[in-house]
Design a protein around this ligand. Structure first.
Ligand code: ZN
Length: 70
């Protein structure tokens, strides 16, 4: 993880997850939203793998593929 901002944010969010103040799935949404707007994260080749590790660590569910909407 190259982005210092995301590191700090992830630590804050993880703290909230531990305190039950934030749902794991919500934390993953917040990470995704940061990455979408962050040029540092978007050029970090290892980030998708690290995000998956975070997902496993906080036991967030896999994102559901939006295929049955229609
Ligand atoms: Zn970032």
């Amino acid at each position: 993880m190259q982005c210092q901002r995301l590191k700090r944010l992830a630590r804050d969010w993880y703290q909230k997850v531990k305190e039950d103040a934030l749902a794991p799935a919500r934390m993953m949404e917040l990470i995704q939203r940061h990455v979408e707007h962050c040029p540092v994260c978007q050029t970090d080749p290892d980030l998708p793998e690290e995000i998956e590790k975070i997902r496993e660590f906080i036991r967030a569910p896999q994102p559901v593929a939006a295929s049955s909407e229609e």
